[in-house]
Design a protein around this ligand. Structure first.
Ligand code: HSE
Length: 436
């Protein structure tokens, strides 16, 4: 115990409990691997009396996570509280200021305060490790920050929210409703405390903003992310996508363009034959496109207690293995003080293919008007198909797939079609992503 790495864990929810359990179950192997024991000597959580089914041994209990973060009894503070401000921010700042290493799974915190926290860590010569914050158990941070150091990243994209991928997978495979699938995801412990964070894209945006900073050496800017969630994806979209050879995934995409960096989170059509289309259920996948490698795809469990705990324990083990005097690399791969200001590309300049599903009145000239509006905006069509809706004889569905065009052109064309008075419901527009 003399040379043990003394850690304090704040937050004993799904992930925190899993970390404590794994440290207990794997203590012997971890000690061999790291050359020293990892000892959870202190914990903090909201409810001291709750039975979590874990063994806390003699760990000292702190009601206040900030007091734990400052305690001289620990060398590493593990933040698993969650939330972008409040106790998570206060305790992580306090730990770094006190010269303690920090391990966190908190993407919301890093997305908002990551650069300032990284600056404190770098100034104080301590580590701020956060592998668990992006894509659960997939080691994407270490891969991008360390293994790909010699590469220039052109685009990073992926499925980074297990809850959304789980919902879309089951909606397609079992024709279940969105609500039923969401309920199951919550019961399985994948979803955030407030599941709108998952389904409206915020969780993916937080994760994407962190990857963007590592990829392009810029300051984190989650507020500059274009965001659409999956709550308006219907069985009609899923069916039309499948008939056209596509599958719908919620992707986060960060890409360098001539006008700046594009960061977007939205439901996306990917070809059914693509690798990313085969990523099902709670599994996440992150693709990194670089000058030296082409496309590298990492996939694995992206949510859930054990998957996230795996990344947390990896981060703790890295600290246990490091020795005093060892120079730590910068938190986001580039020194925090040198991160460039973020330059946002305009979403209207986004170039790509589009899927457009319109529900229209069944009358003469509608089809021709739609085609004309597309032509007026220089939009070339790959296909245009009309279906009769079985349940409503007076309505027809028109599905268009465009060749590469711009967001601005599509928005103009769809606005004109809406003003023409042909639509019976809101148009559905889903971007198509070029993937391997
Ligand atoms: N709610 C998240 C997800 C958990 O569904 O992926 C991991 O961040």
């Amino acid at each position: 115990m003399a040379d043990a790495l003394r850690i304090g864990i704040a937050g004993l929810g799904t992930v925190g409990s899993s970390v404590v359990r794994m440290l207990g179950d794997k203590g012997h192997e971890l000690t061999r691997l790291c050359g020293r024991e990892i000892a959870p000597v202190a914990v903090s959580a909201r409810d001291r009396t709750r039975d979590r089914g874990i063994e806390l041994g003699n760990a000292q209990w702190f009601d206040d996570p900030v007091a734990l973060a400052r305690s001289s009894e620990i060398e590493v503070f593990v933040e698993l509280i969650g939330g972008e401000d409040g106790p998570a921010l206060a305790s992580v700042s306090a730990a770094l200021e006190a010269g303690h290493h920090v391990v966190t799974a908190n993407k919301a915190l890093l997305s908002k305060h990551g650069v300032e926290l990284a600056a404190i860590a770098e100034q104080n010569g301590v580590l701020l490790n956060y592998e668990a914050a992006v894509a659960g158990g997939i080691p994407v941070i270490k891969t991008m920050r360390e293994a790909l150091a010699g590469n220039q990243v052109n685009r990073v994209f992926g499925i980074m929210n297990g809850t959304c991928n789980y919902i879309l997978t089951r909606m397609e495979a079992e024709k279940l409703s969105f609500e039923d699938c969401l309920k199951d995801a919550q019961e399985l412990g994948y979803a955030e405390a407030d599941p709108t964070f998952d389904i409206e894209g915020h969780d993916t945006a937080h994760k994407l903003s962190i990857l963007t900073s590592i990829a392009f050496g810029c300051r984190i800017s989650a507020d500059d992310i274009y965001m659409e969630g999956i709550s308006n994806i219907t069985q009609a979209d899923i069916k039309a996508a499948s008939e056209l050879g596509y599958r719908i995934k919620l992707l986060g995409v960060a890409q360098k363009t001539d006008s700046g960096i594009e960061q977007r989170v939205h439901p996306t059509m990917v070809p059914v034959s693509s690798v990313i289309a085969q990523v099902h259920g709670v599994t996440n996948a992150v693709a990194i496109e670089t000058d030296m490698l082409g496309e590298l795809l990492l996939s694995g469990p992206g949510a859930g207690g054990d998957a996230t705990a795996s990344a947390v324990i990896g981060d703790i083990a890295d600290i246990a293995k490091s020795r005093p005097g060892f120079q730590h690399g910068p938190v986001f791969g580039w020194p925090a003080k040198d991160l460039a200001p973020y330059k946002r590309a305009r979403m209207r300049a986004h170039a790509g293919g589009y899927f457009i599903r319109l529900t229209v009145h069944d009358r003469i000239g509608v089809f021709a008007d739609i085609a004309r509006r597309m032509a007026e905006n220089d939009i070339s069509l790959e296909s245009i198909v009309q279906h009769g809706d079985a349940d409503e004889a007076a309505h027809k569905t028109v599905v268009l797939v465009t060749h590469e065009t711009t967001e601005a052109a599509v928005r103009r064309a769809v606005d004109s079609i809406t003003k023409d008075g042909h639509l019976t419901t809101k148009p559905q527009v889903i971007r198509i992503e070029r993937v391997a």
